[in-house]
Write a protein that binds this ligand. Structure first.
Ligand SMILES: Nc1nc2c(c(=O)[nH]1)N[C@H]1C(S)=C(S)[C@@H](COP(=O)(O)OP(=O)(O)OC[C@H]3O[C@@H](n4cnc5c(=O)[nH]c(N)nc54)[C@H](O)[C@@H]3O)O[C@H]1N2
Ligand SMILES: Nc1nc2c(c(=O)[nH]1)N[C@H]1C(S)=C(S)[C@@H](COP(=O)(O)OP(=O)(O)OC[C@H]3O[C@@H](n4cnc5c(=O)[nH]c(N)nc54)[C@H](O)[C@@H]3O)O[C@H]1N2
Ligand SMILES: [Mo]
Length: 778
């Protein structure tokens, strides 16, 4: 990739509170850089407001009592990226071959702006050229019909798609005959979605925003809200102000968890003051949460023993455990048998701190635990999520006001996508109802997730790849192998707003289908259409775009899916399909009626979602109804992991072996790189940085500011290296290092996945650090 003359890298610790004036400045810079037309500014004021659009940034919910303008720096960046004045037109593609575009960095690709017309790859000129929409749909239908087995096609979804688009998409795919639904969730909160059903019956969180108003303590595991869920900080600020205890559990002391100046608060902004957020910082080793949570639970059990011995009030919620749960005795016996030495060693957290956390947990009447990628992208993530659920059950902290489980999802509608059927392992009940509603027999065989899709591409089994949003080539692990897989496909199709690398790593035939963004007016037959989304706390609401479309030749996502369905099922020799595809594309309330008919919980969908703030989709566990086989919430015991890839690699390489976590900078949205800095971590104009403990730099014989290469320790004979990372001294536990994704994805082996969830272990990669090869310097 080319390196244009770029500003010099600078490392300078950030000493201000998170957000505040720095955020306002960053917003202004962004709007100018993106050349956002003035008329689109008002869109920023209607973000997450009734009758406005749902912010495409993150899945954190909105407050009922709308503040006039819920300001969020990274929300504005997401909107500005979509409302940009820049365009990637057919003339742009005429001027750049795919080979030439491949030389550009992800940051440069993002700068070309919005796509304007459907394009098809032409091998002779190595360029994308325009194609008519109808011809594009016919080409897709031809490829899909030519496959001997529908399971040879994979249909990816990224979590920005609306409920309407996602529902229609899954209907198309299942009528076609497969459950191959790899989705971004497979790489994200899958450990939550697979872990929670076994303990509490539902793979979703149990809290709503109101619960934050009365929680006594909030434990934040593995999350960087100042960057990834900035509106969560306003909530935590309120909690901190009324005296709730906030604990950050993270190998890094993320700045936003220390002090926060709320741009919503004129007083804080004018007086340059700020609010202290977390009162406690616990820094486990990367992947140490499993042992830490188990340690807290063990200590809570001991505190209960002590209370019983002196006849004072029990620490355990015995009434809850008796009435609502099963498996407690086995769980407790396992905790008692675990040695403190092992728990302390594996967590990297001193006993005194574990004791302090257990004391806080036991004293607090109402506790919320929140978690993000720091918990879900490890080998033992499912077990870790289940241990967290156990801990909460010990004191009845589920299904109680002010308390509960709060997984914090990423993409703004990733939770809704799963609800409406983007699921490679659908339940029989779901399929039965869908089949009844549409009078067909849906495929029963489980489909491929993300990792299985890549494996099947490499085996030559998957021939057609269709992506509803996202950037599959960059978001996925083992980059060179993923690229090889994509290039083996007969057809790759991307429904997308902007150019990204996935469009350049293509199959023999390839299509780019440009779509409206959520911020844009979506007219069908002259009627403005809204779409619906479900946030991280199961609130479903309507979103109306308000900007003029980036180009007259864009189609909405539901319209694209509808016309694909029409081309596939109604245009062929089989005659007209029983599903009125074009009818669905022409009015989305009909899609919502279809969702109501086929998915539980959506009664009166159109009516309920018309309410300005939408409605809460029932979560049974929140109401202490346990949809587990036993009908009870279930304690699940888990032994401390042994013989993990990290442990094996460390046995071979000793202290030189490092556990790498790959994470987000402040200036990116997943694979979309807005700019090259990471303000709160003190990094400017550089993405290839490596956060490392100063003593580890010395131990390895390096110096801060030096460039190094990373090499994965894996046992399949494949060499995995990433080059040219700048060593940055950082307050991070010894033996652990951090760097940004997606640059580090070539280091994540395809078969390095979480148990049960099959999520790439993006937060625990065993690596060695080498002096940079000469060629990578300069
Ligand atoms: N602006 C912006 N917003 C976003 C995104 C974005 O890229 N940019 N992405 C969206 C998406 S899809 C998602 S999933 C979310 C992601 O939001 P987060 O869950 O915050 O994701 P990350 O930044 O990958 O990592 C989170 C934190 O995990 C910590 N961590 C790493 N390893 C461990 C560990 O072993 N234990 C613990 N306790 N902590 C650990 C890291 O230090 C980091 O602070 O944000 C969403 N929102
Ligand atoms: N190493 C490592 N890898 C990771 C992670 C990590 O922490 N570390 N995180 C993982 C996680 S949590 C996730 S969620 C995945 C993200 O994986 P993806 O969801 O696949 O990736 P994104 O970067 O969010 O996708 C961005 C692209 O979506 C398209 N897009 C944007 N808006 C729209 C829209 O409205 N409609 C359509 N159709 N397209 C749109 C644009 O073309 C843009 O380039 O990455 C995962 N990969
Ligand atoms: Mo995510």
């Amino acid at each position: 990739m080319s390196k244009k003359a770029s500003p010099v890298a600078k490392i300078e610790p950030y000493t201000h509170p998170a957000a505040g004036w720095g955020a306002l400045k960053s917003v202004t810079v962004n709007l100018i850089k993106e050349r956002v037309p003035g008329a689109h500014y008002r869109a920023l004021l209607r973000q997450n407001q009734p009758n406005g659009f749902d912010c495409p940034g993150c899945a954190w919910p909105d407050r009922k009592h709308a503040s006039t303008f819920e300001f969020c720096e990274n929300g504005v960046k997401a909107v500005a990226a979509e409302a940009t004045g820049k365009r990637a037109t057919p003339a742009f593609f005429e001027a750049h071959s795919v080979t030439a575009l491949l030389e550009q960095s992800d940051y440069e690709l993002e700068q070309h702006g919005r796509l304007t017309d459907p394009m098809i790859y032409d091998a002779e000129t190595d360029r994308y050229r325009p194609i008519d929409w109808d011809d594009a749909f016919k080409l897709i239908a031809r490829h899909l019909r030519a496959l001997p087995d529908p399971n040879q096609a994979a249909f990816y979804t990224s979590g920005r798609a609306s409920n309407e688009a996602a529902f229609l998409y899954q209907l198309l795919v299942r009528r076609y005959g497969t459950n191959n639904f790899p989705d971004c969730s497979n790489m994200c909160h899958e450990a939550t979605s697979r872990g929670l059903p076994a303990t509490v019956g539902v793979g979703k969180g149990t809290v709503t925003l109101e619960d934050f108003e009365t929680a006594d303590a909030i434990f934040v595991f593995g999350q960087n809200p100042a960057t990834n869920h900035p509106r969560m900080l306003s909530e935590l600020r309120e909690c901190a102000k009324r005296g709730a205890a906030i604990v950050s559990i993270n190998p890094l002391k993320e700045r936003g968890m220390e002090r926060f100046a709320d741009p919503q608060s004129p007083l804080e902004m004018l007086t340059m003051s700020s609010t202290r957020i977390a009162g406690r910082f616990v820094q486990p080793t990367v992947g140490g949460d499993f042992a830490l949570i188990k340690g807290i639970a063990k200590r809570v059990l001991e505190l209960d023993d002590d209370a019983r011995a002196i006849g004072s009030a029990r620490v355990l919620d015995v009434a809850f455990i008796d009435a609502h749960t099963s498996g407690f005795d086995t769980f407790a016996a396992d905790l008692r048998a675990e040695s403190w030495a092992a728990l302390v060693a594996e967590s990297g957290v001193p006993y005194e701190q574990i004791d302090d956390l257990a004391g806080l947990y036991a004293r607090s009447e109402r506790v919320i635990v929140t978690w993000g990628m720091g918990l879900t992208q490890h080998k033992h993530s499912v077990a870790t999520v289940q241990l967290l659920s156990n801990l909460m059950m010990m004191r009845g902290n589920i299904g109680k006001e002010g308390a509960g489980l709060c997984p914090v999802r990423g993409h703004s509608n990733v939770q809704g996508n799963r609800t409406v059927g983007i699921e490679e392992k659908p339940t029989p009940a779901f399929l039965d109802r869908l089949g009844r509603a549409f009078d067909f027999e849906p495929p029963r065989r489980h489909g491929y997730d993300v990792v299985e899709t890549i494996e099947a591409m490499l085996e030559g089994h998957i021939r057609v790849f269709i992506g509803l949003g996202g950037n599959f080539a960059m978001a996925t692990p083992d980059t060179p192998r993923t690229w090889e897989g994509l290039r083996r496909c007969a057809l790759t199709v991307h429904i997308t707003t902007k150019l990204n690398r996935s469009h350049l790593i293509h199959g023999r035939d390839a299509l780019i289908l440009p779509t409206l963004g959520r911020t844009e007016i979506d007219l069908q037959n002259g009627v403005s259409q809204g779409v619906t989304v479900e946030d991280s706390m199961s609130m479903v609401h309507m979103s109306y775009g308000m900007n003029q479309p980036a180009s007259p030749n864009l189609l909405s996502e539901p319209a694209i899916v509808a016309r694909m369905g029409h081309a596939l099922f109604s245009d062929g020799e089989d005659g007209v399909d029983s599903v009125d595809w074009l009818g669905y594309g022409a009015g989305y309330s009909r899609i919502r009626d279809a969702i109501e008919a086929s998915i539980a919980g959506f009664d009166d969908y159109n009516a309920r979602v018309a309410h300005p703030r939408g409605f809460h989709l029932r979560v049974a566990s929140r109401e202490r109804e346990w949809l587990t086989p036993s009908g009870k919430a279930t304690f699940i015991a888990h032994a401390l992991p042994s013989d993990t890839p990290i442990q094996r690699a460390r046995a071979r390489h000793g202290r030189r072996l490092m556990t790498l976590m790959t994470t987000r900078s402040h200036d990116q949205y997943n694979t979309t790189i807005y700019a090259l800095s990471d303000r709160y971590r003190g990094v400017y104009n550089e993405r290839r940085v490596l956060f490392i403990h100063p003593d580890d730099i010395r131990m390895l014989g390096f110096e801060a500011g030096q460039r190094v290469d990373l090499e994965t320790v894996w046992d399949d004979g494949v060499e995995r290296r990433a080059h040219g990372f700048l060593l940055v001294e950082y307050d991070i536990p010894r033996g652990c290092i951090g760097a940004y994704y997606p640059e580090t994805n070539p280091l994540v082996p395809l078969d390095s996945v979480g148990d049960v969830c099959n999520t790439p272990t993006s937060k625990s990669v065993p690596v060695l650090i080498h002096r940079a090869a000469q060629s990578a310097l300069g």
